[in-house]
Design a binder for this molecule. Structure first.
Ligand SMILES: Cc1ncc(C[n+]2csc(CCOP(=O)(O)OP(=O)(O)O)c2C)c(N)n1
Ligand SMILES: [Mg+2]
Length: 568
């Protein structure tokens, strides 16, 4: 068979064989996929390729797993889906990866080139559907293009602002014959992301730092993508600048550092939000001023000179007027900031004010004898895992509590769907996270609603024997929806209360996974101890106080300074 011999140049190969060779060249460790008619020739070549393929239970599970893998490993997640329904099942994951800048290379099957446009069986215009939610996309028209396209796709997905790249493969391209050509160097004249910053702009920022009285850094996921946490630490310490995170930037700066103010936004720290509101110099690094971070833009950092560091020039000035734009990679920009001479200003009064706020207004929850509080459960998990776990979350109240009460020491430990807010993300993302770091404890905090959107991926956890600890913070409701209905819709709980729940322990057991249940603090302590004491997967159904709300909160339409629920 051709594939088992070493590949020589000018050897005749099928398109699918060329594709497999190209994937090996990219050192792909794992593919997440699901077969079907249009990708059968490709799956046939995968059969004895030696590549590790994870068969998801649903394509959405596959692509979220690839996202989790990408987030933790920093390498691109690779996905395969068949044409038509296979491809449309990954649309949510593409949109999620696009908005959270996660590198993915996604292969979709397509009907044969001869019948494209004829409404053939399982035909969908995947390029058309996914155009706005991919960084770039290809349709293979000639099998000899496979090596070039794959190489370009991995390059585009992982460089500049990372994102998903899609390669649509008409079925006949897999079997068409082409010759293995000599490796061509990359040639993408229209795609040249700017890594090195303009030194003059950097100078302007250093001057602004010297004259500022109330500076803050807002550090986003760009710091993590650029692996720039060490440079951020040096920069913040050198100029004594307080650091605030976005939700997706958590872990980019040690939470217990004296310069850390926590995270900003709708459910972030009061001190962080007020610091942004009162700042006279706001230095955003790899953050995109999402509305969940800024609140009402009319009240956002009204007195601040804004410096915006971003590798994507389209982000600068998009939401917030920017005085000092710096286009570049976060690591390269921070290195330049450290290389140039600069002086720190006098921030004594600023720090005194920030300290007082921090002491007066920590994150809080009311302890209760009768109810099990979700925040308490998360703190218990933090303690058991010594704060070293990789935490994936789904979307809702539990996601916010996890971000509030599981502080992170290191980068890329929080895997969460920030921009799209995709329910169903957390469980499959944990699969990818665990495959990226086999020896790290992975905890998935899920809501009872989101768990039921992708719970079939428990099958993958079992098959691969991944020791993921799935913790369902069960409030028998779509809690975040219920909270908004309580506060903004006069307690009219339209379709958010779910008293009739499936038996989650039995569900886990159906997948041959140990299930646990707890309704009190003592029970929770006991089942957590037990579940974390073994190397097997576990599903914990933790019944939490159903009426608990996430506070503090910036209501929609309000400014960051108008947080409510700052104190009990
Ligand atoms: C796919 C999808 N559908 C709907 C929503 C809207 N939504 C946001 S949070 C939420 C409730 C989530 O409930 P649950 O998973 O139980 O988590 P909880 O808020 O209770 O912690 C809903 C429905 C969403 N974010 N994603
Ligand atoms: Mg819930």
């Amino acid at each position: 068979m051709r594939m088992q011999e070493p590949v020589s140049l000018k050897a005749e190969m099928t398109g699918a064989e060329l594709l497999i060779e190209a994937l090996k060249k990219e050192n792909v460790e794992v593919l997440f996929g699901y077969p079907g008619g249009a990708v059968l020739p490709l799956y046939d070549k995968l059969y004895d390729s030696g590549l590790f393929h994870v068969l998801a239970k649903h394509e959405q599970g596959g692509i979220h797993a690839a996202e989790g893998y990408a987030r933790v490993s920093g390498k691109p997640g690779v996905v395969i889906a068949t044409s038509g329904p296979g491809a449309t099942n990954i649309v949510t994951g593409l949109a999620d990866a696009m908005i959270d800048s996660l590198p993915l290379v996604v292969f979709t099957g397509q009907v044969a080139s001869t019948v494209i446009g004829s409404d053939a069986f399982q035909e969908a215009d995947v390029l058309g559907i996914t155009m706005p939610i991919t960084k770039y996309s290809y349709q293979v028209r000639d099998p000899k293009d496979f090596p070039r396209i794959v190489k370009e796709a991995f390059h585009i997905a992982t460089t500049g602002r990372p994102g998903p790249v899609l390669i649509d493969i008409p079925k006949d391209m897999n079997t068409a014959i082409a010759q293995m050509e000599e490796d061509e160097p990359l040639n993408l004249p229209g795609y040249q992301p700017t890594y090195e910053p303009n030194a003059f702009q950097v100078r302007k920022l250093l001057d602004a730092i010297e004259s500022a009285k109330k500076p803050v850094i807002l550090a986003g996921a760009g710091v993590l993508h650029a692996r720039a946490n060490q440079e951020l630490l040096e920069f913040a310490e050198k100029y004594e600048l307080p650091v605030i995170h976005t939700l997706l930037g958590l872990g980019g700066f040690p939470f217990d550092h004296k310069l850390s103010l926590g995270w900003a936004g709708m459910h972030g720290n009061y001190t962080a939000n007020m610091a942004i509101y009162e700042s006279d110099l706001l230095i955003s690094i790899g953050a995109r001023f999402d509305d969940r971070v800024t609140g009402n833009l009319n009240h956002f950092a009204p007195n601040a000179t804004v410096a915006h560091i971003d590798i994507d020039p389209a982000e600068i000035g998009k939401n917030v007027p920017t005085k000092i734009p710096i286009v570049g990679d976060a690591k390269a920009v921070l290195q330049e900031l450290l290389a140039q001479q600069g002086k720190k200003g006098d921030y004594t009064e600023w720090f005194a004010c920030l300290r007082e706020r921090q002491i007066e207004n920590p994150l809080w929850y009311e302890e209760s004898k009768d109810d099990l509080k979700p925040q308490k459960v998360i703190e218990m998990v933090h303690e058991i895992t010594n704060g070293d776990a990789i935490v994936t979350t789904d979307v809702g109240q539990h996601q916010m509590w996890a971000a509030q009460f599981y502080p992170f020491k290191k980068p890329n430990r929080l895997v969460t769907s920030g921009g799209l807010g995709t329910m169903g993300f957390g469980l499959p993302a944990a699969i990818g996270a665990q495959l990226a770091e086999k020896d790290t404890t992975v905890v998935a905090f899920l809501g009872d609603g989101g768990f039921q959107m992708t719970l079939q991926e428990l099958g993958v956890i079992r098959e691969l024997n991944l020791p993921v600890k799935v913790i369902i913070l069960n409030n028998k409701s779509l809690g975040m929806v219920r909270q908004w209905q309580e506060i903004f819709y006069e307690e009219r709980y339209s379709h958010s209360l779910i008293p009739n729940q499936p038996n989650i322990v039995k569900l886990a057991e159906a997948y041959d996974i140990k299930g646990y249940e707890a309704s009190t603090e003592e029970e929770a302590a006991k089942v957590l101890q037990e579940a974390f004491s073994h190397d097997e997967p576990a599903v914990l159904n933790i019944h939490i106080a159903p009426g608990e709300n996430v506070y503090p909160m910036v209501a929609p339409g309000k400014g960051l300074h108008e947080m409510v629920g700052v104190k009990p």
